[in-house]
Every structure is written in structure tokens, then in C-alpha cells.
Design a protein around this ligand. Structure first.
Ligand SMILES: [Zn+2]
Length: 384
């Protein structure tokens, strides 16, 4: 095993995204391709998540800090997105390119990227449509339409994963857990569970055509039929009413249904491991970047449109129960207050129509640990 503290694929993808796939070096005009490049011949195009403090000690290690933990060394805060030329340059001269200089460069570049994107949005430039297929593939593309329960897309560029990830997903489709078989389309505010593996065709004009056989739209219940549950107060606690635990149901239970689902991080429950969102993961990687809203919207769509299959009884339901479409979500504060991040959701609710609501989502600061099957079998609860 390598003793270098490398970044994870997710961290690399996030650092590239935050840099808008452009080298972060002052005034470097070099656009870069994704973290896993498709055309190795275009070497100067390859972007790199470079270490600010080196991944390992030893010869050639720059800005190495022995005091750092592995976790700190592989954290996104220790990465800067650079073209191949500048990644080499900063590793040749650690006097000029000190950690502080690199961090300032990164901050300035990310700020510029944010300003550029918000300007583009303010003048009505079409924002890139994000499409997700399963948990590891997010790309920029165009929804081409629906025919015989097949959703087709033009894939322009990958944001997370690459063509290899996509083909592997299709090849190993039968081994994929059912809860990971889905397609989510930001622009539609909707998604579908996959009925069969997607097909990928390379286009001579560039990009790919992806066809996803899908199931019909999942069943939703009217908001009035949301089952009775314990009422939660604004301070996220159980409430009492005349000494009894207060209960809510139907439309009154809708805000807490949405809040509870979004606050439940995937992997948090040992038994329902696939249940929940990736809000915390995305927040930790993309906070402060305009991409965060878009990524979180994909997760909201998933909770609204993709049926969750409970491992205990195989019952299927969409986690939000009654949300038919997601128009948008907006983050209302830069940082959570005591782990609660205020957001505004704009949804279409069965039996109620369009519904806009402000609520807070719980964001744990430490990443959620996912239990493995082995650990479950070994009985983590027994050990306490
Ligand atoms: Zn550069």
C-alpha cells in the first residue's frame, strides 16, 4: 500500500469543479479536463489536484508538514487545482510557492469562478444542466427526450466520474444495488429509477449519447395522507401538548417530513444504509461554491422521485412521499448555525400544488461513517 496521502476521487472532482476546470495559477488561461482524463494525448490539458502540503515525506516532497494527520493531508483544503505545467512549477520552488501563497491563489481563483458563474446566471445565460446516473456519475448535458420509457441525453462533459465509470456502471449493472439505479435531471426537477442498464454511444460530433430505460414515474401519496408521526418543534425536539407527545399528520406533517429526510445522512442508519441524502458530503466538499445548490438539488430530486426499497420488508416508497417535482432549492446562509443549515425549497406537492418553504437541514461536521456488512454481522451495537 502506498504511504502517500492521496486525495479521493470525490475530492479531486470537487476541487476541479470549484475551480471551474481551470488552472488556479494566477492568470493561467489553461482550461483543464476532468480529474480522469479521456484523451491522454492532450497532456497539457490534464488538470491535477496538487497537494499544498506534500502527500508524503522524502525526496522532492514540497511543503511537507509532519504534524498533519492523514485526514488533514487528504482534505479538500489541502488541494489546489492546477494545469500540468503549474503543478510541476509549484513543486520545483517551495520558497516562492509557499503554502500561504498557494492558499491565497486558490481562494482568489475560486472567488473569481463564483463571480463569473453568478454573472452568467444574472444575465440569463443558460446554466449547465446537471444529470446524475447512479451515485458516482454527474455530467453536464442536455435532455433529449423520452421515447418508449427511455430517457435520452447528450453528454457534454463529466463533472464526477468519467466515461470509464459510466461504462463500468452499465457493465456491472446487475451487481448494482437497486437503490443506486437511478437517473436525476436537474432541469426537469425530476428523476426515474432505472429499468435496465444505460447504453452509451460516442458521437462523431463530440460527446456521448446516453439512453436510460426507466420505470414509470413513482407513485406518490397526496400530502393529506402523510401518516401520523411525532411532532418536532422548531428547535428540532419532540413536542408535548398538555403533557402528551404531540402528533402531526397530513399537510401539517409535510415540513418535518422534508426536513427529516434531508437531515438523514446516507449511511447513518446501520440497518437502512442506503437511506438518506448526501447533503453533508456535498456540503463539506462544495461549501462556498455555487455548485453546491445544484448538487443539493439533485439530492432533493432523488428523495422526491426515486423509490427507496426498505431492506427489511421490500416496501417501496419515495422518501418525501408526496413531492412530484423539484423546482429549486436555495441555501440561505453561508455556514450552518449549530449544524443547522437554513435552506429554501420550491416543490410541487401532490394534492397541494406548488409549495415554497424555508427550513433547516442538519449537517454533521464529521463525515458519516458507513457500516460495512461485515461490521453489521459482527454486531457493532453489541460492542457498544
Ligand atoms: Zn496553469
Amino acid at each position: 500500500m502506498s504511504n502517500r496521502d492521496e486525495f479521493s476521487a470525490k475530492t479531486k472532482a470537487a476541487v476541479a469543479l470549484r475551480a471551474n476546470h481551470h488552472c488556479s495559477f494566477r492568470n493561467c488561461p489553461q482550461p483543464t479536463s476532468g480529474p480522469s482524463d479521456e484523451s491522454p494525448e492532450a497532456v497539457n490539458m490534464i488538470g491535477k489536484a496538487a497537494h499544498i502540503h506534500a502527500a508524503a515525506s522524502g525526496r522532492g516532497a514540497r511543503r511537507y508538514l509532519a504534524s498533519m494527520t492523514r485526514k488533514q493531508r487528504t482534505d479538500i483544503s489541502n488541494a489546489i487545482w492546477l494545469c500540468a505545467t503549474h503543478a510541476d512549477l509549484i513543486d520545483r520552488d517551495e520558497v516562492t510557492y509557499s503554502a500561504d501563497v498557494l492558499r491565497a491563489m486558490k481562494a482568489e481563483h475560486e472567488k473569481k469562478c463564483g463571480e463569473r458563474l453568478s454573472y452568467a446566471l444574472s444575465v440569463g445565460e443558460p446554466s449547465p444542466d446537471l444529470i446524475a446516473i447512479g451515485p458516482d456519475i454527474v455530467f453536464v448535458g442536455k435532455f433529449l427526450g423520452v421515447e418508449s420509457e427511455v430517457w435520452s441525453f447528450h453528454l457534454e462533459s463529466f463533472i464526477e466520474g468519467d466515461v470509464h465509470t459510466l461504462i463500468t456502471f452499465a457493465d456491472r449493472y446487475d451487481e448494482t444495488t437497486t437503490n443506486d439505479r437511478y437517473v436525476l435531471v436537474n432541469e426537469l426537477g425530476d428523476g426515474r429509477a432505472l429499468r435496465a442498464k444505460p447504453s452509451v454511444t460516442r458521437e462523431t460530433t463530440g460527446g456521448y449519447t446516453v439512453r436510460c430505460p426507466v420505470f414509470p414515474s413513482a407513485a406518490r401519496i397526496p400530502a393529506a395522507d402523510i401518516p401520523k408521526s411525532w411532532a418536532l418543534s422548531d428547535s428540532h425536539d419532540l413536542m408535548t401538548n398538555n403533557g402528551n407527545w404531540a402528533m402531526v399528520s397530513g399537510v401539517d406533517a409535510l415540513p418535518q417530513q422534508v426536513k427529516t429526510c434531508l437531515s438523514h445522512q446516507i449511511g447513518e442508519s446501520p440497518l437502512y444504509r442506503d437511506f438518506g441524502t448526501r447533503f453533508a458530503e456535498y456540503y463539506n466538499l462544495l461549501a462556498g461554491s455555487l455548485w453546491l445548490d445544484r448538487y443539493l438539488k439533485l439530492e432533493v430530486i432523488r428523495q422526491a422521485a426515486i423509490p427507496y426499497i426498505a431492506p427489511t420488508n421490500n416496501q417501496q416508497y419515495t422518501p418525501f412521499l408526496c413531492i412530484e417535482r423539484v423546482f429549486g432549492i436555495k441555501i440561505l446562509a453561508d455556514t450552518p448555525t449549530k449544524n443547522w443549515l437554513p435552506i429554501s425549497v420550491d416543490l410541487s406537492v401532490k394534492g397541494l400544488g406548488r409549495w415554497q418553504y424555508d427550513l433547516s437541514v442538519f449537517i454533521p461536521l464529521e463525515p458519516i461513517r458507513r457500516w460495512s456488512f461485515d461490521e453489521l454481522l459482527a454486531g457493532p451495537f453489541v460492542r457498544g
